[in-house]
Design a protein around this ligand. Structure first.
Ligand SMILES: [Zn+2]
Ligand SMILES: [Zn+2]
Length: 113
């Protein structure tokens, strides 16, 4: 079993959401990018992975009204555009981590969309 990453903290900023994995590892996501990265059945075709969500329809000033833990493996965001069905597993968040280390380290499928 691979280790399941668990964040130490999740912080909601004005325009970004910071997930702290460890003292020296933080993922700073643009709130909007994270909203667009939602891979629930409403936003992404389950079979083809095609984006169903129109990125242009996501407000630039979108915020996460609420962050809710789902079990011990994921979080769910309550977005200000009314969307709240997307579940982001910690594994997925780590996979799409935009930090330099993860991007340079070839974090697998990150960015493939
Ligand atoms: Zn979604
Ligand atoms: Zn990272």
């Amino acid at each position: 079993m691979p280790d399941i990453p668990i964040p130490l903290a999740i912080h909601r900023g004005e325009r970004d959401i910071t997930v702290t994995w460890a003292e020296d590892h933080r993922s700073v996501f643009s709130t909007r990018d994270l909203r667009i990265a939602c891979h629930c059945a409403q936003c992404r075709d389950e079979f083809t992975g095609r984006l169903l969500l129109e990125p242009g329809a996501v407000p630039v000033d979108i915020t996460a009204k609420k962050v809710e833990l789902v079990g011990t493996y994921a979080v769910r965001f309550d977005w200000s555009d009314g969307h709240h069905t997307g579940i982001y597993t910690y594994e997925y968040l780590k996979e799409i981590c935009p930090c330099e280390v993860c991007r340079a380290g070839g974090a697998g499928k990150a960015g493939a969309s």
